[in-house]
Design a protein around this ligand. Structure first.
Ligand code: UTP
Length: 409
């Protein structure tokens, strides 16, 4: 299909409105963006109108249970041994999801380059790398660290880390790749433009990480070097243990295709996704999908039935990831404030939501794994997410939790 046919089929001819005014370079760039953009996402918008958008609200839910802290403590040595062996044999890589825009933090730059220190410089990246170095010392080796960025922060992320000497992680063990972008559109499904030669594009969520890794060819490098497990983790949680040998060992020994670190929710309504079973398969049900009543249900011991919340730290089997790489993932259509170019060619930053962004989410991969070990960790020791500047899940709360764990910053 030619570009023009593609535009016509999807009713996006307006993207060429300024084409004749553009320089040759700008024309080529715009054509490349149109070529590259996945317009089929817009089809799902029609489904949304029919309330058919994929979600987790249907299906029969039941608790999944977890390998709980006391149980883990009893088998700690055994798990750790297996985990360390896997790390030393080069079977495990870490993959940092760094393509987000951190809008809630309100910081113009890669979230990892945010300085959370008070008495000294202490960057979010540094916190994550320090946590990894703890494991490297124990294992007496370095594991591959793969960092996913987006077009919006790739150059800045690379230069920031280089400038800081990768906070002590060996450069030759680090790889970067850029995630895919998705167009943003108005409520009528018309893709916004940010400039006369620029479509409005944003990172397509953290769920496309494996497809983008494959596109970049990095999967082969990992596979050829013997990697079998990928520990995917988020930028936000500055207390998390990455490539935690105990978690790795427990997942390997459980024979599942994936492991998920979970914490006990601090309240039924806490804003974390609950790891449970839906129609018998491991599934993460977001807090807004579960409903207050179900979220508050108690088990026979008086504990919340659905108490295990995920913290975006998963161990995925590479083998299983290959089996599902071509499968369609659920697409999440999210209302957002999208900067756009108005009729007079000015860039407008809207005060309220004005359209949709399209995202794939890593949580949805867990279901495709078919089996998952839910692995409980102590929230006071392993969960200090930074989403906001102040308040819940913020720089301030993370600093306090870091201090409780002996990290003064
Ligand atoms: P969040 O869902 O918190 O999104 O990402 P965010 O973009 O960082 O922050 P807000 O919502 O704009 O405030 C959770 C993790 O997923 C990564 C983030 O970098 C973070 O590690 N992520 C998110 C991506 O890698 N790509 C994306 O497209 C979105």
């Amino acid at each position: 299909m030619s570009n023009f046919e593609k535009l016509k089929e999807y009713g996006q001819e307006h993207l060429l409105r300024y084409f004749d005014e553009l320089s040759d370079d700008e024309k080529s760039s715009l054509i490349a963006q149109i070529n590259e953009a996945d317009f089929t996402l817009l089809d799902e918008l029609k489904e949304k109108d029919k309330n058919k958008v994929s979600d987790n609200s249907s299906g029969e839910l039941s608790p999944l249970g977890a390998l709980e802290i006391e149980e883990i403590a009893k088998k700690r040595e055994e798990f750790e041994k297996v985990g360390l062996e896997a790390i030393r044999a080069g079977k495990v890589a870490a993959l940092l999801l760094g393509g987000g825009q951190g809008t809630r933090l309100g910081f113009n730059g890669p979230k990892g380059s945010y300085n959370i220190g008070v008495t000294r410089d202490f960057y979010i990246f540094q916190a994550q790398i320090n946590n990894m170095l703890d494991v490297c010392r124990k294992a007496d080796c370095f594991f591959p660290l793969v960092i996913m960025t987006s077009d919006k922060n790739d150059a800045e992320t690379r230069s920031f880390l280089k400038e800081h000497g990768y906070f002590g992680y060996p450069e030759e063990k680090i790889r970067f790749f850029v995630q895919d972008m998705a167009p943003s559109c108005d409520y009528n499904g018309k893709i916004y433009m940010e400039g006369k030669a620029q479509l409005s594009l944003s990172p397509n969520g953290n769920g496309g990480w494996f497809k983008s890794l494959v596109k970049a060819g990095l999967d082969r490098e990992l596979k050829e070097s013997g990697v079998e497990w990928i520990n995917v983790f988020s930028m936000d949680n500055v207390l998390q243990r990455i490539c935690d040998p105990v978690f790795i060992g427990a997942t390997i020994l459980s024979g599942t295709n994936c492991g998920a670190k979970v914490v006990s929710k601090n309240a039924p309504g806490e804003k974390v996704g609950a790891l449970c079973l839906k129609d018998g398969l491991p599934t993460i049900v977001e807090y807004y999908e579960m409903g207050d009543e179900l979220a508050a249900e108690l088990d026979e011991n008086g504990k919340l039935k659905y108490r295990f919340g995920v913290i975006l730290n998963y161990l995925f089997s590479m083998k299983r990831m290959y089996e599902i790489v071509d499968e369609k993932m659920p697409l999440h259509i999210v209302e957002k404030k999208i900067p756009y170019m108005d009729e007079s060619g000015n860039l407008v930053k809207p005060e309220k939501e004005n359209g949709y962004k399209f995202e794939y989410l890593a949580v949805d991969t867990v279901r495709d794994m078919l089996s998952c070990l839910s692995f409980e960790v102590e929230r006071e020791k392993e969960f200090a997410p930074i989403k906001n500047k102040e308040g819940i899940d913020s720089v301030v709360s993370a600093r306090e939790l870091l201090a409780k764990n002996g990290v003064i910053c």
